[in-house]
Ligand binder design. Sequence first.
Ligand code: YSA
Length: 340
Amino acid sequence: MGTKVQEIKNKFLKAIEGIKDAKSLEDLRIQYLGRKGEITNLLKHLKDMSLEERRHAGPMIQRLKIETEELLNKKLSDLAKSRGDISEIDITIPGKKITVGHYHPLSIVEKDIRRIFKAMNFSIVDGPEIETEYYNFDALNIPKSHPARDMWDTFWLKQSVPDPRLLLRTHTSPVQIRYMETHEPPFQIIVPGKTFRFEATDASHEIVFHQVEGLMVGKDVSLANFKFVIQEFFKRLFGKNLEVRFRPSYFPFVEPGLEVDLQCVKCGGKGCNICGNSGWLEIMGAGMVHPKVFEAAHYNPREWQGFAFGFGLERIAMIKYNIPDIRLFNSGDLRFINQF
Ligand code: YSA
């Protein structure tokens, strides 16, 4: 067996020397190590040998197989090198710095908001960005021809089927109805999401922006609860105690309706360029849920009551980071974005 192994080895060594390309190398591999290859055949015949012969021949053939594989691999890499596929690796070259991305400022603030409300036992709820006229307006007590509808300049969708009329939601308030239709009180939720308005852009208005809706319903939920929740929210978001004040206002889906002002985060109420010297920042709309809204969601307004609120995410981020123009958020300007 020893002579046979040596014969095969010599033949292989001679053959591999003359190989000039990968294809011939592969043919050589098959000739020796393929299913019917010469070395494979030797291994197959081991089983026909006596135990004594096998002890002697087995390790010899195995060694031949390993050496052959090593030589084939080496030849393959030599061929690649000679073609210029592989260059020598210089392990002393310093590694390439991996640039790690970071969150967009709006994502940072939204994550903060989610965390704070979650800690106060609010659930986070989602809703569709393409809405029906019913959920965006009618169910929220904003009738078709009522002038209040003008408060929400709307992108209407072109439709081949006219009913239901579809639009890009102008606020996150329709999720109030959708949630109440499928859940029983008591509950408390927030709805962060994208909103759309067909209006001219300026330093504080965008066509696409974000709102965060809030809704808490129970047997005796009041504006006092709202004041606590919202004051606690701002305390955790801005890291300091800030006063809030309520002013009467009008939204068709609340009664009473209010505008919430926050003590100026920058000057603490003394008056500065951020708050227009008033000491206060207009921060959100809110109120006690209108009985008609409860009725639209098939709740008994005599049994349930609650507060709702809605604010602009960009507005909060602008206050938090002292950002002067809303258009910077989507400007793609890295000098702006890399500051966060
Ligand atoms: C009011 C009462 C409730 O019980 C519940 C929710 C609300 C808010 C109501 N749905 C609403 O949309 N009110 S709003 O028209 O005054 O918008 C709320 C906030 O969204 C604004 O204070 C502002 O911060 C932001 N906003 C509105 N239009 C915007 C905008 N942000 C950027 N670009 C725009 N075009």
